[in-house]
Ligand binder design. Structure first.
Ligand code: ZN
Length: 461
């Protein structure tokens, strides 16, 4: 009795929240993570993961609700109540994974095999680490009876990768928003970088570009391939594609990208730092952009609304002049871009009445960047620095798009996080790569990171 009393005292937290013995959690974390990878959740199978998550949460006494537009593609919500003194925190992850080309894999992509220190499998990076961490955080909050100022809402959503019918976040936002309404949300879209075995950089996703794709449609007179005509639709389309492909759209920084390049400069070699700093100065920005365009295209894209020709379609035979030819432009707009104005500008660049710009249906709503001056951002910064002394925390803008767009459009301050990886792993074994894998040693501290962030922002203070 006496001894138990002392042990209980020792287990008491420093700031009113329980301390977790992370060594003891490893077995369960790995088991949950591998179990989720083993569930093949390629589009159309998400309910299988929801069934697993429901069993796990309800087995621990946490009630769940499922919402399905398509019964095979359900979403699951669970909520741990706080005292209501602050607005909720939403932690979400998608359950679906992209397809696999089985012949590219050295292991079964749904085996979650551990080899060479890595857990291999489709979804091992995108997005089952976040799903695992969120699930573990719910279990641990409940098991440790953590007192909360905010409700913590868990969402496992379907159809992030391919939601053409709107079964996932679109369905939840449109039909059941009150279930996931929150001040802050945490999900995929960030991550830590390992160099020389050490985490040196933590990216927090705070903004993303908005897909604003168009078709260019050129029209002309059809006819016999033996008779040249200058109103040939292909000639007009070709010229238009070249003009927009080479068009340098205006450079514009926002809070996230300005801070991104400033912070990146602080951790770069003097030569690279000078280039990033040059971007912040209108007089020297042009030369720095030239360099980035060639050597760091990702960074170049962060500076502007980008226009990339990706598809071209015309013709039915070698001897037939088609009356129509079209190209698809993958346009990725800056968060604050006025697309109507932008298309008008592009029309001036093309300067050809035979070529029309036809916007494609929007796949994501326009969404403002997430703020950097919030309690949540400060918590993420603090937790990163506490776990990884000397780390540089960088807000980043994705050139791609994510489900944070729908949440930001509803006014949530939504942040992207993720586990740590080395450059080679991110490049060759990352999200959507032929083969996906994550170092086993990355999953444990990631769960701890999410736990620390959640208990700091939502725990009772
Ligand atoms: Zn993802």
């Amino acid at each position: 009795m006496h001894r138990a009393w002392i042990l209980w005292l020792l287990a008491l937290p420093i700031w009113g929240q329980p301390r977790i013995d992370w060594e003891k959690q490893k077995a369960e974390i790995l088991d949950r993570y591998r179990s989720l990878i083993r569930i093949d959740t390629r589009a159309g199978n998400e309910t299988k993961a929801v069934d697993y998550i429901r069993r796990v949460l309800e087995g621990d006494g946490i009630p769940t609700k499922t919402f399905a537009q398509d019964p095979a593609r359900a979403n699951l919500v669970a909520r741990i109540k706080g005292n209501g003194s602050k607005r909720p925190l939403l932690i979400l992850a998608h359950t679906d994974v992209v397809g696999v080309q089985i012949e590219k894999w050295p292991v079964d992509p749904f085996s979650a095999e551990i080899k060479g220190g890595y857990v291999w499998g489709r979804g091992s990076v995108d997005d089952k680490p976040v799903l695992t961490a969120n699930l573990m955080v719910m279990l641990l909050l409940n098991r440790n009876r953590v007192a909360l100022d905010r409700d913590v809402i868990f969402l496992a959503e379907s159809g992030e990768e391919a939601d053409t019918t709107g079964v996932g976040i679109n369905f939840m936002v449109k039909e059941h928003y009150s279930e996931i309404d929150a001040e802050y949300s945490l999900t995929e879209g960030g991550g830590a970088s390992i160099e020389g075995g050490k985490v040196v950089r933590m990216d927090i996703g705070t903004a993303e570009k908005v897909p604003a794709r168009v078709r260019l449609v050129a029209t002309g007179t059809s006819g016999h391939g033996s008779v040249p005509r200058m109103d040939n639709a292909l000639i007009h389309l070709g010229a238009a594609v070249e003009k927009v492909g080479r068009w340098e759209t205006p450079m514009r920084l926002n809070d996230t990208t300005r801070t991104y390049f400033e912070k990146l400069a602080t951790m770069s070699t003097p030569e690279r730092a000078a280039r990033y700093n040059a971007l912040l100065n209108p007089r020297s920005a042009a030369a720095a952009q030239r360099y980035l365009q060639e050597h760091e295209p990702q960074a170049y894209s962060m500076l502007r609304t980008s226009v990339v020709p990706t598809m071209i379609k015309a013709g039915v035979g070698a001897n037939v002049i088609p009356s129509e030819a079209e190209a698809t432009l993958d346009i990725r707009a800056l968060p604050d871009e006025d697309t109507t104005k932008f298309y008008a500008e592009m029309g001036k660049v093309i300067d050809d009445p035979a070529v029309k710009i036809v916007p494609l249906p929007a796949t994501r709503p326009p969404s403002p960047a997430t703020r950097l001056d919030t309690e949540m951002y400060r918590v993420l910064e603090r937790v990163s620095k506490a776990m990884y002394p000397g780390v540089t925390v960088i807000p980043s803008m994705s050139t791609g798009a994510s489900d944070k767009a729908q949440l930001r459009a509803k006014g949530q301050q939504s942040y992207g996080i993720g586990p740590a990886g080395a450059a080679d792993d991110r490049l060759n074994y990352g999200a959507h790569s032929d083969v996906e894998r994550l170092a086993e040693t990355s999953i444990y501290p990631f769960v701890e990171f999410v736990w620390n962030a959640v208990t700091e922002i939502a725990g009772k203070h």
